[in-house]
Design a protein around this ligand. Structure first.
Ligand SMILES: [Fe+2]
Length: 313
C-alpha cells in the first residue's frame, strides 16, 4: 500500500482524477449501507427533520427537501428492494439520498476509514478544514444539483452497488462561459474536455479539489457509493471561530435573553454576563488550554470533526 500512496501523491493528488483497482481499504457491503441508512432514518423520524442528517432529492421536483415520510424504510427489505419501492411510491420518479457523515450511523466505516486516510495524510498532512464521510444512493441518472465543484474538497468514492460514472472537468474548464452549466445542465452536452471516471465495487474513484464534477449515467439502475471528502481550505479565523465555539459550549451557564430587548441599545445583563465569563477564560488561560486540547483532538481524529460516538443511538 505504501508504494500505492507514493505514486498516488506524485501523480494524482492535486493533479488529476483517476480510477483505481483493488483498493479494498473501505469494504462496505450493500447491507452495511442499508443498516447505516436505517439508523440514520430512525434519527430523522425521532427529530422529525432531515436537517444535518440527510438530503433527499426527487427527480422533476423543485423541493430540495421533500417530506421525509415518503422515504421511511419498511422493516423487511434490502437496499435494492428499497430503491425500487421508493420509486414506486413516487409514481416512477427517480430519486437520490445523500447521508451526511455516514460513519455516525455505521460504526463499521470508522476504523477502516481512519486506516485508509492515515498513510495519505502522513504524506500530505491532515486537511486543514475537515474530513467527512457520505453515502449517495438511489436511481437518479444525474447528480440532483448538477455539474458543480466543492471548493477545497478532494474526494474518494467507493462504489458499493451498481456502476458509478462521474464526469470531471479541470478547475478552469468553464471559466470562459460559467453559465453554460445552467443553460445546458445535461452533462453529455459538455462531453468534450471531460474525463469519464467509471467504477464499480472494488474500485476507488478520485478527483482533486476544485475539479468540476457530476455523477451521470444514461442507464436506469440502482446505485450506491460511499465517499470520503477531504476539505483542505481553511483560514486562521475559521479555526479560531471553531475553537471559540468549543470553549463557549463548555462555559455552561447559558441564560435566556428577554424575548424583546431594549431599543435604546442597552446590552442585556445576561449577555454582559456571558461576555465577562468568556473574557475571564481568555485572561486566565482557560481558553488557550482548551483550544490546544481541541486542536490535539482534531489531529488525533485525523481531521474528522464528527465522531461516531457523538450521536446517541
Ligand atoms: Fe460534489
Amino acid at each position: 500500500m505504501d508504494q500505492f500512496w507514493e505514486t498516488f501523491v506524485e501523480k494524482y493528488w492535486d493533479k488529476v482524477p483517476g480510477v483505481f483497482e483493488d483498493v479494498s481499504a473501505i469494504d462496505l457491503s450493500e447491507d452495511d449501507i442499508f443498516e447505516g441508512f436505517r439508523r440514520c432514518f430512525a434519527k430523522i423520524v425521532k427529530s422529525e427533520s432531515v436537517a444535518g442528517l440527510a438530503s433527499l432529492y426527487i427527480e422533476r421536483s423543485t423541493a430540495l427537501q421533500p417530506d421525509f415520510t415518503s422515504f421511511i424504510p419498511p422493516d423487511s427489505c434490502n437496499l435494492r428492494e428499497y430503491i425500487a419501492l421508493v420509486t414506486e411510491r413516487l409514481n416512477g420518479r427517480r430519486f437520490g439520498i445523500n447521508i451526511h457523515q455516514f460513519h455516525r450511523h455505521q460504526p463499521k466505516a470508522w476504523g477502516p476509514m481512519l486506516e485508509f486516510v492515515r498513510p495519505l495524510f502522513g504524506r500530505i498532512g491532515i486537511p486543514s478544514d475537515r474530513v467527512e464521510s457520505a453515502v449517495f444512493f438511489g436511481n437518479y441518472r444525474t447528480t440532483p444539483f448538477g455539474i458543480h465543484r466543492d471548493i477545497g474538497n478532494s474526494v474518494f468514492t467507493f462504489p458499493v452497488l451498481g456502476k458509478k460514472r462521474f464526469l470531471a472537468w479541470p478547475p478552469g474548464h468553464f471559466e470562459q462561459n460559467p453559465l453554460s452549466i445552467y443553460f445546458h445542465p445535461q452533462p453529455s452536452d459538455h462531453a468534450e474536455g471531460s474525463l469519464v471516471l467509471d467504477g464499480a465495487k472494488g474500485n476507488m474513484i478520485f478527483w482533486p479539489r476544485n475539479w468540476m464534477h457530476v455523477a451521470h449515467d444514461d442507464v436506469d439502475a440502482p446505485h450506491a457509493a460511499f465517499s470520503v471528502g477531504t476539505w483542505s481550505e481553511a483560514t486562521s479565523n475559521n479555526r479560531l471561530l471553531e475553537l471559540a465555539r468549543h470553549s463557549i459550549e463548555k462555559m455552561g451557564n447559558d441564560t435566556r435573553l428577554p424575548a424583546g430587548v431594549a431599543m435604546d441599545g442597552r446590552v442585556p445583563d445576561e449577555l454582559l454576563g456571558a461576555i465577562a465569563a468568556f473574557e475571564k477564560r481568555v485572561q486566565d488561560g482557560t481558553f488557550r488550554a482548551e483550544a490546544l486540547e481541541s486542536w490535539k483532538a482534531r489531529i488525533d481524529n485525523l481531521g474528522f470533526t464528527v465522531l461516531p460516538a457523538e450521536v446517541a443511538e
